[in-house]
Design a protein around this ligand. Structure first.
Ligand SMILES: *Cc1c(COP(=O)(O)O)cnc(C)c1O
Length: 427
């Protein structure tokens, strides 16, 4: 998208715009520096009514009316920290587009589903989705500090009736995990599981750790992005104590990769917690090669590994943020080979009906014969690759072995002036 290209090429001076909004938020809320660094302060002061938001963010009367209307069905909640990253005067600001309700959420109400991933049907016990053979998703709350406009679990935003799972329900899920030895990987999710305090999380972690077949525990949380102050000493020390723990987070745009987010990643890594990123492909937010490349570069700088790029699920109320599937393939094509392989996520479509994640990637295979595969590389150079047969080396191959000269990779694409690849005997 042309507008996004312009955004990432902005001169540094324009970044001071964000400073102005941050300053304004400070002037209105008057936090002490300690409060600004305290996640509970941000949580208490999150903007979740039009009135509160209007105190710090300029809203036109029309915007206010639309916000009132949309938030009846789809409420909103923005942390002061996350709002401070918005550059004022840009209605297409990527931070704003992910957090501020849009009237479009009410349009296209005929498209999408409430629960496209059929998580409710795949729940073994309330709060536990056991879809894949050896891992389970453990949903401990539906509370989030920030309500992402593209949320897959938008159906759970039922009029502010937020819950933490009660101890007996948590215990029932733990009992299921304990009696299911196939599960070796548990993903603690939500909502955002880190809205639970460290004491509550320790209660869960210590019980999970007491189950011998649970090898790894992961958190799925957006706190490092929307409220990185949450990654405090108490949290990293329980991660260290009950490790190995992994953490998957959800950065979607380079503007989210701030010094605060970098600090959170560093503290997690210090505690032995690898941080991986699961982003969602969002129209007008990160659906250009320029923005996405910049995102993965910024993530690698803070040592966060891009893990998945999700095609946006067909969730009701999010259609305006979805892109064609081809957009994801185009981004992967532009990354692979062109930049650090560590920066290339797996592009997945989570198919409706509980089919799970299906990886898609650009096609590098041009033809496939039993003994030779024709491949193309990231520059569209074409190569023949000998496909070893299990019986080749025994001299008992069904078909006669090919001469060595024909077995190496050789360049097939003529007329492009590429260098010939030397023919190299493979054995
Ligand atoms: C995504 C997901 C997982 C984890 O999948 P990985 O590919 O191992 O990261 C597990 N359970 C459910 C229900 C999921 O949606």
């Amino acid at each position: 998208m042309a507008t996004k290209t312009v955004e990432i090429k902005e001169p540094p001076s324009q970044r001071s715009g964000a400073e102005t909004l941050k300053q304004h938020i400070w002037d209105v809320l008057k936090p002490t520096p300690e409060q600004w660094n305290d996640w509970k302060w941000h949580f208490r002061n999150r903007f979740n009514t039009v009135e509160k938001l209007a105190r710090v963010y300029p809203l036109t009367p029309t915007q206010k009316r639309q916000l009132e209307l949309v938030s009846v069905k789809y409420p909103f909640s923005i942390t002061p920290y996350y709002l401070s990253l918005v550059r004022p005067n840009d209605p297409n600001d990527p931070i704003l587009m992910q957090s501020l309700p849009s009237f479009e959420e009410l349009l296209h109400a005929d498209m999408g589903e409430e629960d496209p991933l059929h998580e409710q049907d795949d729940s073994a016990v309330p709060g536990l989705v056991h879809r894949y053979p050896d891992r389970a998703l453990f949903v401990i709350t539906d509370i989030c500090p920030l309500l992402c406009r593209h949320c897959t679990r938008k159906r759970e935003w039922d009029g502010g009736n937020w819950w933490f799972r009660k101890t007996p329900q948590l215990q029932a899920a733990l009992d299921y995990l304990a009696k299911t030895p196939a599960i070796r990987d548990v993903i603690i999710s939500g909502g955002d599981p880190l809205t639970m305090d460290n004491e509550g999380l320790e209660w869960i972690l210590s019980r999970l750790r007491a189950i011998p077949h649970i090898e790894m525990i992961r958190f799925g949380t957006r706190f490092p992005v929307v409220l990185p102050q949450r990654i405090d000493e108490g949290f990293t020390s329980i991660c260290d104590k009950y490790g190995p723990i992994w953490l998957n987070t959800h950065f979607n745009h380079p503007n989210e990769v701030t010094p605060e987010a970098g600090r959170a990643a560093r503290e997690l890594l210090r505690a032995g917690v690898p941080v991986n990123n699961q982003s969602v492909l969002l129209r007008g937010i990160n659906d250009s090669v320029e923005v996405y490349t910049k995102l993965v570069h910024e993530l690698l700088k803070i040592r966060v590994r891009p893990y998945y790029l999700f095609h946006a699920d067909q969730v009701r109320g999010t259609e305006h943020l979805r892109t064609p599937v081809e957009t994801g393939l185009k981004i992967i094509e532009a990354l692979r080979g062109h930049t650090s392989g560590l920066g290339v996520p797996t592009f997945v479509v989570d198919v409706p009906g509980g089919g799970g994640k299906i990886p898609l990637q650009p096609n590098y295979v041009l033809s496939w014969a039993e003994d030779e595969i024709v491949l193309r590389n990231f520059e569209w150079k074409i190569f023949h690759y000998r496909n070893p047969r299990p019986t080749d080396h025994k001299g008992t191959a069904k078909s006669a072995p090919k001469p060595v000269a024909k077995t190496g990779a050789r360049n097939h694409a003529s007329g492009h002036g590429q260098k010939q690849v030397p023919v190299r005997p493979l054995f």
